[in-house]
Ligand binder design. Structure first.
Ligand SMILES: [Fe+2]
Ligand SMILES: [Fe+2]
Length: 195
């Protein structure tokens, strides 16, 4: 349902669990970037009401997630500071086409895939943090549902605007590249969007 070409490997949680503060900080910045991605599409496609309405809602929700995460950091005395991105999103962006209408299709699919990966990983966190970090587990259980909805929303927009076969073919191509982008993002300590 998430259109991911490969699931997260079993070792990911084991790798990130010792770096929870970095993971939470990384997650905070990711929510802000997700909002910014949706906002930049609203600006670029300023005359498309369907996109404006759907993406306007995404911006609101991502900024709500962002503020919630800033509060989580505060509660845990984690400083909100800059953190170099893992390179995952940049690597995906490199593979997108730059001229419309193809650029729009690629942007929608890449956003759908990033939402899908976040959703999958939030679900892993929700399941694995239950015993040691019940409050965080609950937060992730709530957030993964929102990210699943964002995934569906971006995918639905792509199918509404573009030819069905074209979307399916490109979705498959970019889903394969998404897995590669994840493997190539070798940030240490590991991140939400890294191996
Ligand atoms: Fe979010
Ligand atoms: Fe999202």
């Amino acid at each position: 349902m998430l259109h991911l070409s490969a699931p997260t490997d079993a070792g990911w949680f084991e790798r990130v669990k010792h770096h929870l503060p970095t993971l939470l900080l990384d997650h905070t910045h990711l929510e802000k970037r997700a909002g910014s991605t949706a906002m930049s599409m609203i600006f670029r496609y300023a005359d498309q009401a369907t996109l404006a309405k759907a993406l306007g809602e995404v911006v609101q929700e991502e900024m709500d997630h962002f503020v919630r995460m800033v509060n989580v950091l505060e509660e845990r005395n984690i400083t909100l500071e800059r953190l170099e991105p893992s390179g995952y999103a940049a690597s995906l962006a490199k593979n997108t086409r730059k001229k419309d209408p193809e650029a729009l299709l690629d942007k929608l699919i890449v956003a759908a895939l990033i939402e899908a990966r976040s959703c999958e990983r939030f679900q892993i966190l929700a399941e694995n943090l239950k015993d040691d970090e019940p409050e965080l587990a609950e937060l992730y259980a709530e957030l993964y549902k929102d990210e699943a909805r964002h995934h569906t929303l971006y995918t639905r927009l792509a199918y509404q605007i573009f030819d069905r076969d074209e979307v399916s073919t490109r979705l498959k191509e970019l889903a394969d590249l998404e897995v590669k982008a994840l493997q190539d993002a070798g940030t240490e300590p590991p991140r939400l969007h890294s191996f």
